[in-house]
Design a protein around this ligand. Structure first.
Ligand code: AP5
Length: 221
């Protein structure tokens, strides 16, 4: 399966991507995680992108397309992947089409996870994540077993620097302006599925898996 996840910040893309990885044995490619890793390592990419991320703006398309090209050429992508956070602009979507053509891939499905701004703010200001394995928690909806500690690594959880209310609002507006038009782009191609991100985490995971499998069956017939 080659799945693209769209949706505003905090809609649950990363959470659902991890469930899809478990269910379908595919890899998660999170552009946000790749950028945060580069920022933490203070490497060349990190210093180029930090200022965009901390303003709630998008990193330039050319940089993101090069990054995705490199990642999709890695061996572990051959059995399928879920793109979490790419594409985010029409330019990136067109570049992804060209890249898929080059690699002989086709998109199985584009999933848009929908959630309103008030809910997004509640989710992101209470989100904590593991700096080591990337596991994501929510203090009320999906808490770790031990307060402040990752269930998997046993390390202290951290909050993202861009999860402050003013920045969340800016990220949401960036999404509305530059990424939302992609749902029409993919709907016209007949590959879009829209799901209600207000459902509980595991209910949404089950609905999503069901709809993806249904699509695969129809596609193969
Ligand atoms: P990125 O890291 O991708 O951030 P984002 O898109 O803003 O999305 P989030 O990771 O904040 O949210 P999510 O939808 O994954 O939600 P999650 O599952 O964690 O990007 C960060 C920045 O990098 C961008 O702002 C940009 O600057 C740059 N960037 C990245 N990609 C780029 C690109 N392609 N081009 C240019 N720039 C790029 O869930 C959130 C919380 O809610 C968690 O606490 C979770 O436990 C909880 N939760 C999840 N689902 C549910 C549910 N169903 N019910 C209740 N709670 C839930």
């Amino acid at each position: 399966m080659r799945i693209v996840l769209l949706g505003p910040p905090g809609a649950g893309k990363g959470t659902q991507a991890k469930l899809l990885v478990e269910k379908f044995g595919i890899v998660q490619i999170s552009t946000g995680d790749i950028l945060r890793k580069a920022i933490a390592q203070e490497n060349v990419l990190g210093s180029q992108v930090n200022s965009y991320v901390l303003k709630g703006e998008l990193v330039p398309d050319s940089l993101m397309v090069d990054l995705i090209r490199e990642r999709l050429n890695e061996k572990d992508c051959r059995n399928g992947f879920v793109l979490d956070g790419f594409p985010r602009t029409l330019e990136q979507a067109k570049a992804l089409d060209a890249l898929f053509k080059e690699l002989g891939f086709s998109i199985s499905c584009v999933v848009e996870v929908q959630a309103p701004l008030e809910e997004i703010i509640k989710r992101l200001i209470l989100r904590w994540s593991c700096p080591n394995c990337g596991s994501v928690y929510h203090l009320e909806n999906n808490p770790p077993k031990e307060k402040g500690i990752c269930d998997i690594c046993g390390l202290p959880l951290v909050q993202r620097e861009d999860d402050k209310e003013d920045l969340i609002r800016r990220r949401y507006h960036t999404y509305q302006e530059l990424t939302e038009p992609l749902s029409e782009y993919y709907a016209k191609k007949g590959v879009l599925i829209q799901v209600d991100g207000m459902k509980g985490i595991s209910d949404l995971g089950n609905i999503l898996a069901f709809r993806l499998l249904e699509r695969e069956k129809t596609f193969k017939r």
